[in-house]
Design a protein around this ligand. Sequence first.
Ligand code: BT5
Length: 323
Amino acid sequence: MDTRRALLDALEDGPVSGPALAAELDVSRTAVWKAVEALREEGFAVESTSDGYAAPADPAYCAAGIEFGLDAPYAVEYHEGLPSTNDRARELAAEGAADVAVVADEQTGGRGRLDREWVAPSGGVWLSLVTRPTVPPARAPLFTLAAAVATVDACREAGVDAHIKWPNDVLVGAPDASVGRGGRGGRKVAGVLTEMEGEADRVSWLVAGVGVNANVDAETLPAGATSLREELGEPVDRRRFAATLLERFAALAGTPDRTDRILPAWRDRASTLGKRVRVETSTGAVSGTAVDVESPGALVIDTGEGTRRVHAGDCEHLRDADD
Ligand code: BT5
């Protein structure tokens, strides 16, 4: 383990002196001092107390801040601004990286599905995780579902009662009523964009990109969108939010033998099942009642004339009167 991460781990247990740290980490005192300075430079304001070095009481939203106390095997790469965290994550993946979360305060070229624009001003949680799951490419959609589950859990921990609209929208508010700023089907607070590269039998890398309107002014977002701050009336702790998201994702999707937990967790948090829906697919629209989601993420729709499975598309929750 590198000195930086070992130092962060050691600081979790309370103040510790430089010499004690040097002995514990088996490095020179100069190396400890340099690591402390590096953390401070990153924005993690290590304090010097009479008992030694101590973690800041309220760590900033930065790489070390998110990694501090993180119960998931990921490193964080933090940027103030990037065109797109997914693009940076793909770059890292191509270089062979694994288990790195790219985080930016602001994106200037954020992307949604089908190359749609994703508005990502300063204050959001824009995060893309590079992973190398040992699963066949056909199971990759499960990771999109897992990312949506993790996002809902982080929203709920922050006090916002979010739910999932198939396949990857995280919404707040009545899922099928005509409410909110211009939107039927709840207000969108987050979205997921998963990208991957694979061979025939194995995913080589997978990037789970999550965009959450955390402390963002809802007026700057497209119609039908909301932010956590807007819903709560106060800002959320983005550091804690990002850490929870990563921890929940690791718990669900971190080991391949656990992926059978993803679907039940998704069903639990979804507002789509049981609803009348209309799904716009690349080959036309399918309307009916959403009855289930099946591995690796297909929505099962009872059309009244039979059952259809849709694997990708834009889903609209309908009010009964609409169809
Ligand atoms: C998504 O696409 O919902 C996936 C969004 C993923 C964004 C993250 S941010 C971190 C990472 N880096 C990236 O570059 N991307 C990922 P989709 O379902 O296609 O929804 C896109 C549509 O949502 C747009 O066409 C707009 O109508 C709307 N939209 C754009 N920005 C939004 C925002 N901030 N909040 C809510 N809705 C938005």
